[in-house]
Design a protein around this ligand. Structure first.
Ligand code: ATP
Ligand code: MG
Length: 421
C-alpha cells in the first residue's frame, strides 16, 4: 500500500526492557513480516512496557487482512463482527492481531458496508487503511504507539511519547466526537486513568459528563466486559470515584446511584486481593452494589413459601432490573444470588445448617461479604467472629461449637424436606 500520510517520529532512545516482551508476540510479528506484511506491536503493551509495567496482553497491528493473517497462521481464529480481529494462539498465549484501519467521515460513502455509523455511533469498523490512519483511529495518544521489534524503535504519529512522559491521558481528535462514536471510550478513559495513575487532559475530561447518557446505546454485554475490566483492574476504588465524579453511576447502576460504605469496602477489598494475587470476581462487587436494593425488594415481597424462595425471587427481580443496562452473565448472577441468600443463613446460625453452609461452594465469598457487613456495623461483630473461628476447628471441636448453639435439645421432628445446600 502507498503511504501518503504524516511521517511518524521514530524513537530509539526509549526504556523498553526487551526481555519483558512476549516471545510469542515477537514470533507473530516476525512471521507476518516474513510474509511481507507491515507489522508492529501496538496499544496497551507498548504503553505499559514504556512505563515499566508488565503488559497484560500483547496486541499486534498489521497491514494483512484477517483472511491474510489466517493464511499465515492457519489455526488462528477470526472473531468479532463490529471489529474483526484474529486470535493467534502460540502455546498458552493468545495474541490479538488487528488489521490497520482508518476512520471514515460521516460523508464518506465508500465502503458503506464495512463502516457504519448510526447517529454518530460506530457500529461497524472494518475499513482497512495504512498505519498512520490506524494511529489516528485509536483512542488515546498513549495507546497509539507502535513498536518495531526488529530495530527496537517506537513509532509515534500522535505525540504519544510526550503524553506518556507527562502521564497525561489524551483522546486523539475531538473528544466530543470520539466519545459519541464509541461511548465505551468513556469507561476506558476512567479505567486507564485509575490504572496508570494518569491525569486526564482537560478536554478529554470535560467531555465525559456531557457524553454520559450515550452509554445507554452501548450493548449491555459490551458494557459488562468493560466494567468487568474496570472492577478487576486493581484500581477499582479509584475508578469508581471517577465514575461518581462524572455522574455515571446513575446511568450504569440506577439501582445504586448512592454508593455505600459497603460498596467502598468491597472495591477496596478487591483491589487488595489483586495486589496479593488472590482470586477475585466481579460478582462480589455487584453483590455489594445491589445489596441495599435487594434487601428492600425482599422486604417488599409477601411471605409465602419458604424464605429461600422469597430470597431467590427478590434476587431475580433485582438482577433482572440491573440487566437492563448491564448484562450480568449467568454464572455471576448465580454467584450474587447465593452470596445474598447465604447472608441470612450465616446470621441465623441454625445448628442443623452450619455444616451445609460451611460446605456451600459460595461459603468463602459469603463469609467475606459478612465480614464487610460486620465492619460496616450491619451485623454484630461476634457473629462474624464465630464464623471465623469455626473454620479453624477440627470436626470434633466444630461439633462442640454447634451443640453449644442450642442449649436445650429441641424435640426432634421429621423435617418435611431436606435443606438444599
Ligand atoms: P489493557 O490491555 O491494558 O486493558 P489496552 O489499551 O491494550 O489496555 P485493549 O482493549 O487491549 O486495551 O485495546 C488495544 C488497543 O486497541 C488500545 O490500546 C487502543 O489503541 C485500541 N482500542 C481499544 N479500544 C478502542 C476503542 N474503543 N476505540 C479506539 N481504539 C481502541
Ligand atoms: Mg491490550
Amino acid at each position: 500500500r502507498n503511504r501518503t500520510g504524516p511521517l511518524p517520529r521514530r524513537i530509539a532512545s526509549h526504556k523498553i526492557p526487551v526481555n519483558r516482551i512476549s516471545r510469542s508476540a515477537i514470533r507473530v510479528v516476525e512471521s507476518l513480516r516474513k510474509a511481507n506484511y507491515e507489522t508492529y506491536l501496538v496499544g496497551g503493551c507498548v504503553r505499559d512496557l514504556l512505563l515499566g509495567l508488565v503488559p497484560k496482553d500483547f496486541d499486534v497491528a498489521t497491514s494483512a487482512t484477517p483472511e491474510e493473517v489466517k493464511k499465515v497462521f492457519p489455526r488462528a481464529r477470526i472473531i468479532g463482527r463490529r471489529f474483526r480481529i484474529v486470535h493467534v494462539r502460540v502455546g498458552r498465549e493468545i495474541i490479538e492481531v488487528s488489521t490497520f484501519r482508518k476512520q471514515i467521515g460521516p460523508n464518506d460513502a465508500s465502503n458503506y458496508n464495512e463502516h457504519e455509523a448510526r447517529d454518530g455511533v460506530i457500529v461497524r469498523d472494518n475499513v482497512y487503511g495504512n498505519i498512520d490512519e490506524d494511529a489516528f483511529r485509536r483512542d488515546f495518544t498513549v495507546n497509539a504507539l507502535y513498536y518495531d521489534p526488529a530495530n527496537n524503535t517506537v513509532l509515534d504519529f500522535v505525540k504519544g511519547m510526550q503524553d506518556l512522559g507527562s502521564r497525561t491521558l489524551r483522546l486523539i481528535g475531538n473528544p466530543k466526537v470520539r466519545y459519541q462514536e464509541d461511548p465505551v471510550r468513556i469507561l476506558r478513559a476512567i479505567r486507564l486513568t485509575a490504572k496508570l495513575d494518569f491525569t486526564l487532559e482537560k478536554n478529554t475530561e470535560t467531555a465525559i459528563a456531557p457524553a454520559g447518557e450515550s452509554l445507554n446505546v452501548v450493548p449491555s454485554a459490551r458494557l459488562f466486559d468493560e466494567l468487568n475490566k474496570l472492577f478487576m483492574s486493581g484500581k477499582a476504588e479509584r475508578a469508581f470515584e471517577l465514575l461518581q465524579k462524572f455522574n455515571l453511576l446513575e446511568i450504569l447502576f440506577p439501582l445504586s446511584s448512592k454508593t455505600t460504605d459497603l460498596v467502598t469496602a468491597a472495591l477496596h477489598s478487591t483491589d487488595q486481593r489483586i495486589a496479593q494475587e488472590k482470586p477475585v470476581t466481579p460478582g462480589f462487587i455487584i453483590a455489594a452494589l445491589l445489596w441495599n436494593h435487594y434487601q428492600s425488594q425482599y422486604n417488599a415481597l409477601p411471605t409465602i413459601g419458604n424464605p429461600q424462595e422469597k430470597q431467590f425471587d427478590a434476587a431475580r427481580a433485582v438482577i433482572r432490573e440491573q440487566q437492563q443496562t448491564i448484562a450480568i452473565p449467568k454464572r455471576h448472577a448465580f454467584f450474587v444470588r447465593d452470596v445474598w441468600h447465604l447472608q441470612s443463613r450465616l446470621e441465623r446460625r441454625n445448628p442443623r445448617s452450619i455444616r451445609p453452609v460451611l460446605e456451600h461452594r459460595r461459603f468463602r465469598a459469603a463469609y467475606d461479604f459478612l465480614l464487610l457487613r460486620a465492619r460496616n456495623a450491619e451485623v454484630e461483630p461476634g457473629l462474624a467472629q464465630w464464623w471465623t473461628e469455626i473454620q479453624t476447628l477440627n470436626p470434633t471441636e466444630q461439633q462442640e461449637q454447634i451443640s453449644a448453639l442450642s442449649p436445650q435439645k429441641k424435640k426432634r421432628r421429621r423435617r418435611p424436606k431436606r435443606e438444599n445446600a
